[in-house]
Design a protein around this ligand. Structure first.
Ligand code: ADP
Ligand code: MG
Length: 238
C-alpha cells in the first residue's frame, strides 16, 4: 500500500517561540523513495518543522518517527547518523574553505576513505568541477546553493530535507538541482523539499503537503492541489 511503512511520521508536533506557535500540531508522513513538496506562506512553520525533524530545535510536544526510530528531541548529530540530512535556507558553508573541502567536511565520517571519491562524484553531479578549488566565498549565490545541496548529498542520507534550495537561482542551476534530485531518488533517496517555484513543484514532486499557521492543511498530487480553489487562493495567490 502507498502509505505502508513511511520513512518519516510526524504526529501532533508543537513548538512555540515566545507567543508565536511556529508549529501548532503538525501531522504528516513521507513515504520511502518519494519526492514530497512542502509549500505554504512565509511564516507557516516550514523551516521550523525541518529544524524539529533534524534535531537542531527541540519540540515542546509531539512525536517524530524516522526510519523506525523515535527522534523527537534527539540531538542533531544522532539524527544525522541515523541517515537524515537537511540544507539551510541560507547556505551554511565554510567560507574560507574550497568547494572540495566543504564537501569533504560534510562526509559522514571525516576519515572515510570513500569520501574523496564521493566528493568527485558530487562535483560532477552538480557540475561544480570547474570551481572545485575555489573558496566557497568566491562562488555565485546559485553555486553556493548547489554546494549546500552537495553537502547534504555527501552525508549519504536516506532522507534529505531541502529548504528553498532553488530560491533565487538561475534557471540553469535550478535544472541541475532538479536533475540531481531525480537521479538520487532513482538510487533510493527520499526527499522532502520546501519550494516556492510551482513549476519546480509540478515537475519534480510526487505529492505536495500544504502548511498554514503551523499546521498541515491538506496534501495531494499537484493536480489535487490546483483543483482545490481555496488552497490556490489562500496559499498560492491565484
Ligand atoms: P516558514 O519557513 O514557513 O517561512 P518559519 O518556520 O521560519 O516559517 O517560521 C514560523 C514562525 O516562527 C514565524 O512567525 C517565525 O518568525 C517564527 N520563528 C521561527 N524561528 C524562530 C526563532 N528561532 N525564534 C523566534 N521566532 C521564530
Ligand atoms: Mg522558511
Amino acid at each position: 500500500p502507498a502509505n505502508g511503512d513511511p520513512i518519516l511520521v510526524v504526529r501532533d508536533l508543537h513548538k512555540h517561540f515566545g507567543g508565536i506557535k511556529a508549529t501548532n500540531g503538525v501531522n504528516l508522513e513521507v513515504n520511502r523513495r518519494e519526492i514530497a513538496g512542502l509549500i505554504g506562506p512565509n511564516g507557516s512553520g516550514k523551516s521550523t518543522l525541518f529544524s524539529l525533524v533534524s534535531g537542531t530545535v527541540s519540540p515542546d510536544s509531539g512525536q517524530i518517527r524516522f526510519d523506525g526510530h523515535e527522534i523527537a528531541g534527539r540531538n542533531a548529530h544522532v539524527v544525522a547518523r541515523l541517515g537524515l540530512a537537511r540544507t539551510f535556507q541560507i547556505p551554511a558553508l565554510f567560507d574560507n574553505m574550497t568547494v572540495t573541502e566543504n564537501l569533504l567536511a560534510a562526509a559522514a565520517q571525516a576519515h572515510w576513505q570513500g569520501a574523496r571519491e564521493r566528493a568527485a562524484e558530487t562535483l560532477s553531479l552538480l557540475r561544480l568541477e570547474h570551481v572545485a578549488d575555489n573558496r566557497a566565498s568566491d562562488l555565485s549565490g546559485g553555486q553556493q546553493k548547489l554546494l549546500e545541496f552537495g553537502r547534504a548529498v555527501m552525508r549519504q542520507a536516506s532522507l534529505v530535507l531541502l529548504d528553498e534550495v532553488t530560491a533565487g537561482v538561475h534557471p540553469n542551476i535550478r535544472k541541475i538541482i532538479l536533475e540531481a534530485i531525480t537521479q538520487l531518488r532513482g538510487r533510493g533517496i527520499t526527499f522532502l523539499i520546501i519550494e516556492h517555484d510551482m513549476e519546480m513543484v509540478r515537475s519534480v514532486c510526487d505529492r505536495i503537503i500544504v502548511m498554514d499557521s503551523g499546521r498541515v492543511v491538506t496534501s495531494g498530487t499537484f493536480n489535487d492541489i490546483v483543483r482545490n480553489s481555496e488552497v490556490m487562493q489562500t496559499y498560492l495567490g491565484r
